[in-house]
Design a protein around this ligand. Structure first.
Ligand code: SF4
Ligand code: SF4
Length: 425
């Protein structure tokens, strides 16, 4: 990587701490990803993106800003990227997956807050996230109680927070609220960019976002074969980079990877031998560099064949219909797609269970590992229902509750080993 210290200093990062963070993440990446055997060559692109995630990509964002484009940072898959793209702004994910700056974060948050929220605070307070510092607007959303109350303090810390209200029930009123919020958000996008959303610009935004999803759908479908042609870790990485990369370049890179993976399937090349235990991951999102549990699974004689998560199929499933004569009609299509997201903050939320069952079939999974972040009530609550209902159907389920620390890695490994043995017995 080139020397970006001047750029980082310009963004106000704490250079010493940031260097430390990059070193830890770089080492983690080498151990987790580069140590894998028999990876598709197409993963080199994603390795490159990760090696430049705080370098070249940030430079691209700053170049875009210099051209007058805006950068919008988000924490949730409910924020419609289509509306950001429609004003030629850049959308970037801000969720962080590392235990960093938690002591500082706990000055604002109770200790029993999930790691995802704490790291959003820790990265800002520790001045180590160039994405946060490059964002012209940061979008929060009223999803779980933890997030919605945390944004009250986050607002003062970042100074450019916009909070979107979200429904909690899939009712007519809930849909109307989502539409009203998306219309308000469209106005906000127009306001910060100084551009008008037109039918043409919104159709273009819809097309770019749909193409990105279609490429990921294509990659996911290829994982249904045995032997699995790509590791779950690599597929997760693509799903994580989905939130950072230039969308058009990302789509082309995923499609190129799929071409290669298709060829591997024809030749019978897999990342693990035929008959290896196939696990579906389900639960809380896993933001970069949260690779602990997938790494353990894939080093326990098992492969991950799908992710029912926001950094996975919950985040990418369904497309927006690219048909409409007015901006309002297109916003309706956007609402139709996003209203189907089956996040655990909705009550009741039967579609998520159905989706997990459907994914088990589609990807020929032998069992489900439910990943719940400690102190995340919505997903912890639903994990019990998922366990009960799936076990009733004869699908083995393992519930893992963890945080971002490495302290419980040994314990989790023991439980995963036992689970894989159970699946294969
Ligand atoms: S789990 Fe829910 S709140 Fe979190 S990113 Fe996904 S949709 Fe948003
Ligand atoms: S992991 Fe759970 S508690 Fe944490 S932000 Fe997401 S929904 Fe909220």
């Amino acid at each position: 990587m080139a020397d970006y210290h001047e750029m980082w200093a310009g963004l106000g990062l704490d250079l010493k701490t940031h260097d430390m963070l990059l070193e830890i993440v770089g080492k983690g990446y080498t151990d987790v990803f580069l140590s894998q055997k028999n990876r598709p060559k197409g993963m080199e692109y994603f390795d490159f993106v990760m090696s430049e995630v705080h370098g070249l990509r940030i430079k691209e964002l700053l170049d875009a800003k210099a051209e007058g484009r805006k950068v919008v940072g988000t924490f949730c898959v409910f924020v419609p990227e289509e509306l950001v793209l429609a004003v030629d702004a850049v959308c970037v994910g801000l969720c962080a997956g590392a235990e960093f700056g938690f002591d500082e974060a706990e000055k604002y948050l109770p200790r029993n807050t999930c790691s995802l929220i704490k790291s959003a605070f820790g990265f800002k307070l520790g001045k180590v996230c160039p994405y946060i510092e490059s964002s012209d607007l940061i979008v929060g959303e009223n999803t779980c109680d933890g997030k919605k109350k945390a944004y009250e303090s986050y607002k003062d810390i970042v100074g450019n927070l916009y909070v979107m209200d979200l429904p909690q029930m899939k009712s007519t009123e809930g849909r109307a609220l989502l539409k009203a919020e998306y219309k308000k958000f469209a106005l906000k996008m127009e306001e910060i960019s100084g551009r008008k959303i037109t039918v043409e610009s919104l159709l273009k935004g819809i097309e770019i976002a749909n193409n990105k999803r279609k490429a990921i759908h294509r990659l996911s479908a290829l994982r249904s074969v045995d032997p699995t042609p790509i590791s779950g870790l690599d597929a997760l990485l693509a799903n994580q980079i989905y939130f950072y990369d230039d969308p058009i370049r990302f789509t082309a890179s995923v499609n190129a990877l799929c071409d290669e993976v298709e060829a591997r399937i024809k030749e019978g090349i897999g990342v693990a031998s035929k008959g290896t235990a196939r696990i579906l991951l389900s639960g809380c999102p896993m933001a970069v560099p949260n690779w602990k549990v997938p790494f353990i699974i894939e080093n326990s004689n098992a492969v991950i064949v799908g992710e029912e998560m926001c950094t996975g199929e919950r985040g990418t499933q369904n497309l927006v219909e690219a048909k409409g004569k007015t901006v309002d009609e297109l916003i309706d299509n956007i609402v139709d797609r996003y209203f189907k997201i089956d996040c655990a903050v909705f009550t009741p939320n039967p579609n998520r269970l159905e989706h997990v069952k459907e994914m088990v079939k589609k990807y020929n999974a032998d069992g489900v590992l439910h990943y719940g972040l400690q102190f995340c009530q919505p997903y912890q609550m639903e994990s019990k229902v998922i366990e009960r209902e799936l076990e009733k159907d004869g699908i083995p389920v393992l519930l893992i509750e963890t945080d971002y620390s490495q302290e419980d890695a040994g314990q989790i490994k023991t439980r995963v080993d036992a689970f894989v043995e159970r699946i294969k017995s």
